[in-house]
Design a protein around this ligand. Structure first.
Ligand SMILES: *Cc1c(COP(=O)(O)O)cnc(C)c1O
Length: 435
């Protein structure tokens, strides 16, 4: 481990176009959010940037295959990096994807977008949350950092126009207009299109570049709801597109697909796809049924590991943990690991979850605490203090090889894999593997 996860050189972002950041070859990066106790903390998340690149290539291959099958151009990929790159560290993922040729990046928040610009990212960055603050400085930051806002309200057009005048003089800022086709969250409804077009006509500082929508049921076994949303998108989009020349816009780009829609329904790919979870190596839905030409072979990018920090032998009848929720029914060997719900190990895994030690599964016993968790290693001979414990990902150990996937954690906790990844908290340092 020590030489694989060496602590230098630090991640350096590209400062000028054409210069290559220090991400070539076997370069190991500093944990991005090193705690003061960085050197001592045995609990960490290991992020494999080569797997992120692999997943991007796999997505590209799927888009190419679907495009050939339908005799149309392949969609672009704008990867979704909100919530700190689904817990993987947004700037490291962004830099990696940018070097690997991603077409654009998407985040939810203005501050997430600024973080990427501060890390040297030059790709288009779409701010999807649509909230830029109540005051002018948020909108000015949007313009100053050359970000692409998603808009869905005529007032936003007016306010962005005034920020553009203030910051840029007479240069226009491109925006993407979200249409609510059935998610019922953000986006203009069909009845509001007229007011929106009027706002674009009045405020020429703002240029409409693209139309987007978001799918509510792309993971469903059947595609009925997704087809219905696409039909609304088509109809409303046609109306706006016919008005585009009068707004001073060229051809409007269209995008609608998250990972599930992109991988399962080629008709949803349109001009751009917005994959999140697939970039991090998790399939958004069971592969079948699917209308796609090809199923990608994704590789999970995150592994979460800790260590055994204490061991004890219990006699029959002894109880452990908060609430004494577990009782030894046989002479037992219990190991304590240095990870708890404060790190993102879900408390609902108490007396339910499993971890890997020596390549074998050990059940979580007792109640998961904030910093520590107990596991039963009675059936795993020779477990010692400092042994590696895998909470998420693969372990090749002296007694075997096994994997705990985000899907498994999600099933056991009643969550979705998206939550399991974003739950890994900031006190778990991220280490990057880039081989
Ligand atoms: C989160 C998000 C995505 C990505 O979704 P995945 O299911 O992770 O691929 C795409 N578009 C929007 C608007 C989102 O909020």
């Amino acid at each position: 481990m020590a030489q694989i996860f060496a602590k230098d050189p630090p991640l350096r972002a590209s400062s000028e176009a054409g210069t290559s950041p220090e991400l070539d070859g076997v370069r190991m990066l500093r944990p991005r959010r090193a705690a003061p106790s960085e050197a001592a903390r045995v609990t960490r998340a290991e992020i494999d940037l080569a797997h992120v690149r692999h997943n991007l290539r796999e997505l590209r291959a799927c888009l190419d295959a679907d495009a050939v099958a339908a005799a149309r151009p392949a969609a672009q990929i704008w990867a979704v990096l909100k919530a700190d790159g689904y817990g993987h560290g947004a700037s490291a993922i962004a830099t990696t994807l940018e070097q690997a040729g991603v077409d654009g990046l998407c985040v939810a928040l203005l501050e997430e977008a600024i973080e990427l610009r501060d890390a040297g990212v030059r790709s288009p960055v779409l701010v999807m949350g649509g909230y830029y603050g109540r005051y002018r400085d948020g909108l000015e930051a949007l313009v100053e950092h050359d970000l692409t806002p998603v808009v869905y309200d005529p007032n936003q057009i007016e306010r962005i126009a005034s920020a553009v005048r203030y910051v840029r003089g007479d240069r226009r800022l491109g925006v993407h207009l979200e249409i609510d086709t059935g998610m019922g969250r953000l986006g203009v409804r069909e009845t509001e299109v007229g007011a929106m077009l009027a706002a674009f006509k009045t405020h020429r500082e703002v240029r409409l570049d693209a139309l987007m929508t978001h799918m509510a049921c792309a993971e469903d076994p059947d595609f009925a709801a997704t087809h219905a949303q696409l039909a609304v998108f088509e109809r409303v989009g046609a109306r706006i597109t016919s008005a585009a020349p009068s707004l001073g816009s060229a051809r409007l780009v269209r995008h609608a697909a998250n990972s599930a829609a992109a991988l399962r329904l080629p008709a949803a790919q349109l001009d751009i796809i917005r994959p999140g979870i697939a970039i991090y190596g998790v399939h958004p839905a069971p592969a079948a049924p699917t209308g796609a030409t090809r199923i990608p072979k994704l590789r999970p990018a995150m592994r979460v590991v800790s260590e055994v920090v204490a061991l004890r032998a219990l006699s029959v009848g002894e109880r452990i943990g908060y609430g004494h929720t577990w009782r030894a029914e046989r002479p037992s060997r219990i190991a304590t690991i240095a990870m708890g719900y404060g790190d993102g190990l879900d408390r609902s895994l108490s007396n339910l979850g499993e971890v890997l030690v020596c390549g074998r599964r050990a059940p979580i016993v007792g109640t998961v605490s904030m910093d520590l968790t107990m596991i039963d290693v009675t059936d795993i001979p020779g477990v010692a203090v400092h042994d590696e414990v895998v909470i998420l990902g693969r372990q090749r150990g002296r007694l075997g090889t096994d994997t705990i996937t985000a899907e498994e954690l999600a099933r056991k906790t009643g969550r979705i894999p998206w939550e399991c990844l974003t739950a890994i908290s900031r006190r778990v340092p991220r280490f990057y593997r880039n081989a």
